[in-house]
Design a protein around this ligand. Structure first.
Ligand SMILES: [Zn+2]
Length: 340
């Protein structure tokens, strides 16, 4: 997959659109798996009543802009083919495309994405899936897990999403909710989670977890350089500040990143005990903290994995497509009419 203007006639193109916490990202994927156009819009926010329809409006707008980008490239008299569309949404999306529960998108509970998006795109084939299920499809077919048969994708964003490939097929469970790995409880006395429980894995190992660990360290008098950068208030230290400081060589920031890496590796070892994958793929914005984070996760994983020195190696790799995994997977799902 490559980005940028690639000549094409529109045939065999599909669209993949990923509804994220901050942006709605759309790609047009050509038949040879190249990205031929890309569009991003900010994710609308608001109250429960309006947010679902406004997000659906944004999805429809992304489609309009992708259609426009393709039309520019095409011969003026060539008819526009109705491009099939895949859409990835966060949270517990059932098999009918309804969002049943999303701790990090509570204003959208109960939203029927299939109806809302379908109404805005009459005559277009639209397929809705959970975003991490689509991300693992992309990484398995084209990315970091190509050629692997048993894959767990862990998307480390605001929360943690999970996608599973077992025996070369994406698995979604009985109701479509498999892979809600961010809400495995790893400390029953831990901090409260938006899902209503305490001590979920994503409270420690996600972007939110990085923020919490960073503020803890700042309040304890560590992270002085980062606190100064954030304006002097330890409470206002953000995860991104710590990632940037760690990348620039600040040893105190690096220690916080290593802590998050420890929590990631801890969760991976638990997942390996249940699923026996041959490969983990780490995606999402937190992975941009770089090799320090992944190295710490790998070291903890190796230490905690049951029988680690007596089983075939289990690799832990960063996602090939970064923030685009979900959108690319959505386009692949649209091309093949589903996850498998
Ligand atoms: Zn939770």
């Amino acid at each position: 997959v490559s980005s940028g203007a690639v000549p094409h006639d529109g045939a065999g193109v599909t669209y993949g659109i990923d509804i994220g916490g901050t942006k709605v990202l759309g790609v047009a994927l050509g038949p040879s798996d190249a990205i031929v156009a890309e569009v991003r819009l900010p994710t609308p926010t608001g109250t429960r009543e309006i947010v679902g329809s406004h997000v659906a409006d944004a999805v429809a707008q992304v489609v309009v802009e992708l259609d426009g980008a393709l039309a520019e490239d095409r011969m003026a008299d060539a008819p526009a083919p109705p491009v099939p569309i895949g859409v990835g949404a966060p949270g517990m999306v059932d098999r009918g495309g309804r969002l049943c529960f999303a701790p990090n998108l509570p204003q959208a509970h109960g939203v029927d994405w299939t109806a809302l998006v379908g109404d805005r795109l009459p005559g277009r084939a639209v397929l809705i899936e959970n975003d991490a299920n689509l991300a693992v499809l992309a990484e398995h077919r084209l990315g970091a897990a190509q050629g692997r048969r048993h894959v767990v994708m862990v998307t480390l964003g605001t929360g943690i999403g999970g996608g599973l490939v077992l025996d070369d097929r994406v698995q979604v469970g009985s109701a479509g909710f498999a892979g809600e790995i961010g809400h495995m409880v790893v400390d029953p006395n831990g901090p409260p989670c938006p899902c209503g429980r305490r001590g979920c894995w994503e409270r420690f190992a996600s972007g939110a977890g990085l923020g919490v660990l960073a503020r803890e360290a700042a309040l304890a008098g560590r992270l002085n350089a980062v606190v100064r950068m954030a304006g002097g208030d330890p409470e206002s230290v953000r995860g991104e500040d710590v990632s940037a400081a760690a990348a620039a060589g600040d040893p105190e920031a690096q220690r916080v990143i290593e802590q998050v890496g420890w929590w990631i590796g801890f969760g991976l070892a638990n997942l390996a005990a249940v699923l026996d994958p041959d490969c983990f793929v780490l995606g999402g914005g937190v992975v941009q903290a770089g090799s320090l984070l992944i190295d710490a996760a790998r070291a903890t994983f190796a230490e905690l994995l049951e029988g680690g020195d007596r089983r075939p190696p289990v690799t832990v790799e960063p996602a090939t497509f970064g923030e685009r995994s979900g959108a690319i997977g959505a386009a692949l799902a649209a091309r093949q009419g589903g996850l498998s």
